[in-house]
Design a binder for this molecule. Sequence first.
Ligand code: ZN
Length: 161
Amino acid sequence: MESYIYIDGWKEKIRFSSAHVIPEYEKCGRLHGHTYAVHVKLYGEPDDKGIIIDFSIIKENLKDIIKKIDHKIILPKKSKFAKIKIEKNSINMNTLGKNYIFPKEDCILLPIDSTSAEKLSCYILDNFIRKIKNYKNIVKIELGIDEGFGQGARVSIVMRN
Ligand SMILES: [Zn+2]
């Protein structure tokens, strides 16, 4: 029998609001923002107490990851379409022939090539795996973010413990 537990980020307030630019798409190539919600499903074997992992552990770890990007301008360090230059107090991003200058403290640079919902989901999942790697009974994780209500991306990984 397969079991999983899940967290709905909208209902459990695992949410963040951030701004980004996606130069690969014309409409998204202008600075704009979203409220995101993080959802997760964890598949695994219930332990001798009958649970896979405590809900509160999942929520605390997800909140810990997203608090770093909440109310920030998210910039993709590895973008092929945006040139990002870090100055002393500011970050300069050149893309689509436009030049943005942001205060450094308002930004978070992530090790991803795009700030799409898909790539942000991968970033959050990578960080989440590191936090729960000691739970050897978890066999698969599906994680994703909604970019506003009704649309989002999901990524999944099979754990090889
Ligand atoms: Zn967007």
